[in-house]
Design a binder for this molecule. Sequence first.
Ligand SMILES: NC(=O)c1ccc[n+]([C@@H]2O[C@H](COP(=O)([O-])OP(=O)(O)OC[C@H]3O[C@@H](n4cnc5c(N)ncnc54)[C@H](O)[C@@H]3O)[C@@H](O)[C@H]2O)c1
Length: 419
Amino acid sequence: MAKNYNPYDNMLSVLENAAQRLDLQRKDYEMIKYPERELKVSIPVKMDDGEVQVFDGYRIQHSSSRGPCKGGIRYHPEVDNDEVKALAFAMTLKCAVVDLPYGGAKGAVKVDPAKLSKGELERLTRRFTAMILPIIGPEKDIPAPDVNTNAEVMGWIMDTYSMLKGYSVPGVVTGKSLEIGGSLGRPEATGRGVSITVSEALKYLKMGDAPQKIAVQGMGNVGSNTAKLLSQMGHKIVAVSDATGGFYKESGLNIEAILVYQREHNGTMEGYREDGAARITNEELLTCACDVLTPCAMENQLTEKVAPNVKARLIVEGANGPTTVEADKIFLQRNIPVIPDILANSGGVVVSYFEWVQNIQNLTWDEEQVNNMLSKIMVRSFNQVVDIAQEKQAPFRIAAYMLAVSKLVKAKKIRGVFP
Ligand SMILES: NC(=O)c1ccc[n+]([C@@H]2O[C@H](COP(=O)([O-])OP(=O)(O)OC[C@H]3O[C@@H](n4cnc5c(N)ncnc54)[C@H](O)[C@@H]3O)[C@@H](O)[C@H]2O)c1
């Protein structure tokens, strides 16, 4: 990941654009540019060899204007403060776009979890939880999984928080296992939301009823569920990739077989073989022959270098921040619509919200109910964004920001500036 690129500055420039189109005065949106609280911790971990290693950890709360802060925790060796700030800001906007009563936050630990034993990872997670404990909680800030964290990590966070409180607090995190208060439908929720968004965009853009050729970058939680659900809808998944590279097959890859292979090989596709499938790099995936491209891996993937060569007719962002501002301009000139992250990948936080609602009320909902409610929210939010895009002649990203920023500004105005 090129580090001369600052994801937070990227978002501030989109915010300025949206604020101007909304005719906002600077005093109305100035506060939105700054996170409310940034906590940096140094996490000591007893390693298996008896040594102690210290890892950097972050929890950044961007806004609590519309409700408690909400956002995932990422484990990644290249993560830094600006990246976490940008991701926290994106959560504030995302929760506003889909109208959840939440603000935004994000957390991260600078670590390559693949280099840690299970025991080391658990000790790291528990110590990190203890160190951010004063600022998290079901009424304050509710973490969830993100890159390289999962239901198991959420279980350790929930247990550590509960032990230190002295009673069980399932509502402190979402994305947990069902057995400890997780929600049916949560593991697939982000991918399901992306696939619903792809369907709605195909209808809206009148790209035809025929199955589309779709490329999915990243085969983790978001990408694998996106690929699975879109292929179940009858589309051809012509390309997929993970950090080790990807595959291309014009007639469509066997997604079920890839998912089975990943399950049996610790999540990786390395070593997978399929007749007619060519090995490709991640850059080749982004520029491969397809109708729809869904980047579902990391930020800063669609850059000004890659954008001129993209062949897709539609881009739907499963990952957070995969497209740079410069690339956005190129896609606009080339008439390639980009459905932005804060709308397209909001399915995860929507079902996280359902999980939290079930936890704090001691309820359990069935999967059909969860999926139907998710679908309703995704379709409603998509329509609201495209209405603004049409009315204001704005790209979808700017329209989504306009929807979110107008809600945030209203909330801030009603609450006023304390004291
Ligand atoms: N998990 C969620 O519910 C959720 C919700 C909203 C947004 N997101 C965003 O979606 C993205 C993916 O998150 P995830 O939870 O699926 O993470 P994950 O850790 O489950 O999967 C990430 C995938 O990306 C691959 N990858 C990493 N670097 C890559 C590269 N340079 N090129 C291609 N593939 C690469 C990894 O091998 C893995 O397959 C992130 O941007 C995350 O912030 C996740």
